[in-house]
Design a protein around this ligand. Structure first.
Ligand SMILES: [Mg+2]
Length: 214
């Protein structure tokens, strides 16, 4: 029995959902947006801690619930091609698939559940709201901290082969710390040179993985 730990941003979807939230918010501002992308990249490359990255980005983004809804409409059309094409596989395999993301449930759940992913198998952060405005995130959630993905997969206590599929350094950390057998660096959307050396395999699409595990 193999379990798949799948990342969301730049893996299940083509883009980074928090960047999209910034871009699709009423308060969109080019300068702020550029700054957010820069911070996201630094985090992905392991140059700053994840909590630092999240804190900095949420301070810059001034979004509300309506912005979240508008962003979801955009994300609907940004599903990674090979995930879209393999909807049937995702549905059939759903008991063994976990989405582990440092993104936000509000921007993930409505998208991935359409592909048969179980709500209980989605691990992500939550926004904190004041009235309708996003004012921060739940800091007690392990995913808001560095090594959060490692903590989540550890707590799942999966018995069997565990495969991590993702495009970032934090995905690799799950395998590095001993909670996954294999790390597939997902390069269909983006190829992060700094993470290549840590990967067991480079995965050009979900099709390749399906062939391997079947
Ligand atoms: Mg990612």
């Amino acid at each position: 029995m193999s379990y798949l730990i799948i990342d969301y941003d730049s893996t299940f979807i083509k883009v980074e959902s928090l960047d999209e939230l910034s871009k699709n918010s009423k308060n969109f501002n080019k300068k702020i947006h550029k700054e957010i992308i820069k911070i996201t990249e630094l985090g992905m490359e392991g140059k700053i801690s994840f909590s630092e990255s999240l804190e900095k980005r949420l301070k810059l983004i001034e979004s509300d619930k309506e912005d979240v809804q508008n962003t979801l409409k955009v994300l609907e059309n940004q599903i990674t091609d090979s995930f879209k094409e393999n909807e049937e596989f995702l549905k059939n395999y759903s008991e063994q698939i976990f989405i582990v993301s440092s993104g936000f449930h509000e921007l993930i759940d409505p998208i991935v559940t359409r592909y048969g992913i179980n709500k209980n198998n989605i691990f992500a952060n939550n926004f904190l709201y004041e009235k309708n405005k996003i004012i921060g995130f739940n800091k007690n959630n392990p995913l808001s901290k560095s090594h959060g993905k490692v903590e989540i997969v550890k707590s799942l206590n999966l018995k069997g082969k565990v495969i991590v599929i993702g495009d970032g350094y934090t995905d690799y950390e799950i395998k590095r710390d001993g909670y996954a057998d294999t790390f597939f660096l997902f390069i269909e959307n983006i190829k992060r040179d700094s993470v290549i050396k840590s990967a067991d395999y480079l995965l050009k699409s979900l099709d390749q993985l399906i062939k391997i595990i079947k």
